[in-house]
Design a binder for this molecule. Structure first.
Ligand code: LLP
Length: 421
């Protein structure tokens, strides 16, 4: 459930009409609902009760500091994959003890900065990374708390580009070698083993791959404990999928997910950590854009909108579907027409949707892309020298710009011309 609804024919974010926001900030823009973010976070938290748990929001899905502050204030931890994300979490007031550091390529400099600023754990993904972390922590005279990300070799049955838990994927250490690498970790100076970590992929719409992987983790925790390691934490990663279409998708709910986690892992006595991103932020955000032109071509009716693939790359990159809805609802009895909805960028990949039914549209009309709160703004770029678009957060009947649209001068001023040119 989200908090984007039509009231008197006007699409609203909570109590604010989208057209009011468009008038104030211009188009295109991202709009997030504070109530939806809150609701989704609490669903996960409650689903894991009464197990001791920490829900670490996957910052990669939406890293706006206002979003992180809202979730952090509710008690969320943060899952970061770069020191940039770590510093954003810190800027949002999240203490280091609630930040876990994931990712296959942490640099020694990032390790040092995280150790200096305070970190709950590093989710270490390889032996060379383990050695590097040991060297950094020892040189600082501290111990780095670690889990090893274990690759359980389970097919998440999701999009090829976001599947991470098969043995041919680049992530984690093979489960077959986990005990050996844990023994190495325990012997290294500056390293303190605290648990086990895994993440098999994103946008999973079935609990079975999670359950298969968690069952393997259970066996591993028991084996590692028998080997003498202290395994107090089990980080299960993120990945629970969301419905991208209103009509026919019903992925498992956090409550179902939590029940399965309790059934498979509840008696291990581990603190459970999870790293959901998309389920918290995805349907808490929309991208609102304006029709620039309506263009008739042979057998096609194009809507050229002012958002483009640089603002929302998911359709171009993954063939992803986003529901597209009018900001002013069609009057009863008006028949929808099929449109190809495209951006202004000079490549055919800049296509958001083909043959999508919408009420008759004219230049100046606004449409909203649903499910754009996760992997939307964070994956945007300035391709075609289009400045990054603003982000807005709504709470009840008020809204605020939480990232302003840069001016063209600001965008261009980041470049510099060498004195010798
Ligand atoms: N933890 C780790 C270690 C991850 O790699 C990811 C996502 C998550 C947690 C959060 O997964 P979520 O709960 O959001 O599914 N750009 C792609 C998604 C990439 C996901 C990468 N890793 C997209 O737009 O679909």
């Amino acid at each position: 459930m989200d908090h984007f609804l039509y009231r008197d024919g006007h699409l609203c974010a909570e109590d604010v009409p989208m057209s009011d926001i468009a008038a104030a900030v211009g188009t295109p823009f991202y709009c997030y609902s504070a109530a939806t973010l809150t609701r989704h976070f609490l669903l996960f938290k409650e689903a894991l009760e009464p197990m001791p748990s920490l829900v670490c929001f996957a910052v990669k899905s939406n890293s706006n500091v206002a979003v992180l502050k809202l979730l952090g204030d509710l008690g969320a931890g943060m899952d970061v994959v770069s020191i940039g994300e770590y510093l954003r979490a810190k800027a949002a007031g999240v203490p280091g003890e609630r930040i876990v550091f994931s990712g296959v390529g942490k640099t020694p400099q990032e390790m040092r900065m995280a150790l200096e600023g305070g970190i709950r754990q590093f989710n270490v993904e390889s032996e060379p990374e383990l050695e590097a972390l040991s060297a950094v922590a020892s040189s600082m005279g501290v111990e780095a708390p670690i889990t090893l990300r274990v690759n359980p070799d389970v097919d998440a049955k999701t999009h090829e580009k976001i599947s991470t838990g098969r043995k041919e994927d680049k992530f984690g250490v093979p489960i077959s070698r986990a005990r050996e690498i844990y023994a190495r970790a325990a012997a290294l100076p500056g390293i303190k083993v605290v648990g086990v970590d895994m993440h098999i992929g994103s946008q999973l719409t079935d609990l079975a791959p999670f359950e298969a992987a968690y069952t393997k983790m259970r066996g591993l925790v028991e084996a590692l404990r028998a080997d003498g390691h202290t395994i107090d934490r089990l980080d299960l990663g993120g990945g629970l999928g969301i419905p991208y279409t209103r009509s026919n998708e019903a992925p498992p709910l956090p409550l179902d997910y939590g029940a399965m986690v309790k059934r498979v892992l509840g008696d291990l006595g581990c603190e459970i950590e999870i790293e959901p991103g998309r389920l918290i932020s995805g349907n808490a955000g929309m991208l609102v854009t304006q029709v620039i032109y309506r263009k008739s071509a042979e057998e096609r009716e194009f809507l050229i909108v002012d958002a483009a693939m640089n603002d929302l790359i998911r359709p171009a990159m993954y063939g992803a579907h986003h529901d597209i809805i009018p900001v002013i609802e069609a009057e009863a009895g008006v028949l929808p027409e099929p449109f190809d909805i495209v951006g202004p960028i000079c490549e055919s990949g800049d296509t958001f949707a083909k043959q999508r039914a919408l009420p008759p549209m004219a230049p100046g009309d606004l449409v909203a892309f649903r499910s754009a709160g996760a992997y939307g703004a964070v994956m945007s770029s300035e391709y075609n020298s289009r400045p990054l678009i603003p982000e807005v957060m709504v709470q009840g009947d008020h809204f605020a710009v939480i990232r302003a649209r840069p001016t063209y001068d600001e965008m261009i001023a980041r470049d510099s011309i060498p004195a010798w040119l």
